[in-house]
Design a protein around this ligand. Sequence first.
Ligand code: HEC
Length: 157
Amino acid sequence: MDTTSDKKFLMVFAVVMAVLTVIGVSVAIIANVAGSLDYKKSSGQVKLAAERIAPVGKVNLASEAGTQTVAVVEEDDGEDDPEALYNVACAACHAAGVAGAPKFADVAAWDPRLNKGFETLVNNAINGIGVMPARGGSSLSDEQIEATVEYMLDAVE
Ligand code: HEC
């Protein structure tokens, strides 16, 4: 092969590459345009199909949960159930006798305290006594504390 045919080859090669590049770019552009057209069309169809197969009703979980909460509050939120109040606010210490707390249903632990009288025990539970914080650290009302103390004392009397 001589240098003339090398040059010729390079020329042809360059031209072919240029043509291929132009074709490649135009194909890419056409594909892009055609693709977006097709997408718009099909997305319309997808929407239509979604409408056709849409369920008749929708369950609104959020508001249903809200209703349920309201229903629970109306029926029983444990506000007047001393056992529930005890479990939430007092059992942490009194179930196991943490930090010297008189244990639930432990007659020996409660016996010396019973002499103080119900009122005093309730007042001490409301205001706190020794290590026990006021109301056991809860936000129970005086009435709720009283009911809970009554519940605790019922277990040892
Ligand atoms: C952080 C732990 C803790 C929690 C929570 C707690 N208590 Fe106590 N409780 C104690 C301890 C400790 C004592 C003993 C205090 C003492 O005699 O020095 C005690 C004592 C008592 C007494 C006896 C008081 C007395 O005069 O002898 C009553 C009644 C009582 N608690 C009721 C409750 C009630 C009702 C609740 C829930 C609302 C509650 N406690 C929550 C720790 C706790």
